[in-house]
Design a protein around this ligand. Structure first.
Ligand SMILES: Nc1ncnc2c1ncn2[C@@H]1O[C@H](COP(=O)(O)OP(=O)(O)OP(=O)(O)O)[C@@H](O)[C@H]1O
Ligand SMILES: Cc1ncsc1CCO
Length: 254
């Protein structure tokens, strides 16, 4: 199953429109390229609708937001919905400021989002819980199953909560993924790249839950493989090995 979807992704090379944060643009583009997708990073409101219509998937990531970017996200999101292009929202640091919270509220009330992917603190906030925020890093939450089910129901979407175990909530059901490595959490933008990777998997035909599960599994397996290599000794040497593993033909995640 994993192999078939990866092969399909590589033969279709889906175009992924990323309206994402300044910290992770390069890492995201390289990760998508390695995976076999085709990234375009575009923030301009003037072309947001055109690029989204052209794309096979749209990622909205609020990590380094400004007013122009919010407008671009709304335009791109509306165009994607009209064209049937899947949309993923990464509500980076949404609990940290009222500006981020208001931007998410606007996006979620204007755009039909297929997946909301965040860490426990971000999703707990969207579920209406009181959250101890640490900026863009995850806060604590023990009740992640409850949280993803609530986010999924309130926003009529699939909710993906990342962490040591990733927890997915959709249509009242829970799915879990245990692949991954702790060094992912020591590299800024791992979650952001995962959002782009899940957008690429969602652009493929087939069951959306299976596609998202496969994306989570494959991403984590690539991390496990990279971390196991003898020359990889920490989060710095891990990054290039992880990019390689995302693009590997053999031995990863099969
Ligand atoms: N302790 C861990 N062990 C294994 N995998 C982990 C661990 N922590 C996070 N991950 C994996 O790292 C990836 C990113 O998840 P994380 O929750 O760190 O995202 P994030 O906080 O949104 O990251 P960022 O804001 O830096 O993009 C996911 O694939 C997740 O499964
Ligand atoms: C560190 C950081 N700050 C805003 S976005 C971002 C990337 C990880 O979410």
């Amino acid at each position: 199953m994993t192999q078939t979807l990866i092969q399909q992704l590589r033969s279709e090379r889906p175009l992924i429109h990323n309206i994402t944060n300044a910290v992770v643009m390069n890492y995201t583009a390289n990760g998508l390229l390695a995976l076999g997708a085709s990234p375009i990073m575009s923030n301009a409101v003037e072309e947001a609708g055109d690029v989204a219509r052209l794309a096979d998937g749209l990622l909205l990531n609020i990590g380094t937001l400004n007013e122009h970017q919010v407008e671009a996200m709304l335009e791109a999101g509306k165009a994607a919905n009209e064209a049937g292009v899947p949309v993923v929202l990464d509500p980076v640091g949404v609990a940290a400021t009222s500006y981020r919270a208001e931007a998410c509220r606007k996006i979620l009330s204007t755009v039909n989002v297929d997946v909301i992917k965040g860490n426990a603190g971000e999703l707990a906030f969207l579920a209406g819980e009181k959250v101890e925020t640490k900026g863009v890093d995850s806060g604590e939450a023990s009740n992640t199953e409850e949280i993803v089910l609530k986010v999924s129901e309130v926003y009529q979407t699939m909710a993906v909560c990342t962490g040591k175990t990733d927890v997915v909530g959709y249509n009242g059901e829970i799915f879990k993924n245990d692949t991954g490595h702790e060094w992912l959490s020591k590299v800024t933008g791992s979650g952001c790249l995962l959002g782009a990777v899940l957008t690429a998997f969602l652009s493929l035909p087939g069951d959306r839950v299976v596609n998202v599960q496969t994306g989570l599994y494959y991403f984590g397996k690539a991390a496990e493989h990279a971390a196991s290599l003898p020359h990889v000794s920490g989060s710095g040497t891990f990054v290039p090995a992880f990019i390689d593993a995302l693009g590997a033909e053999e031995e990863v995640g099969r």
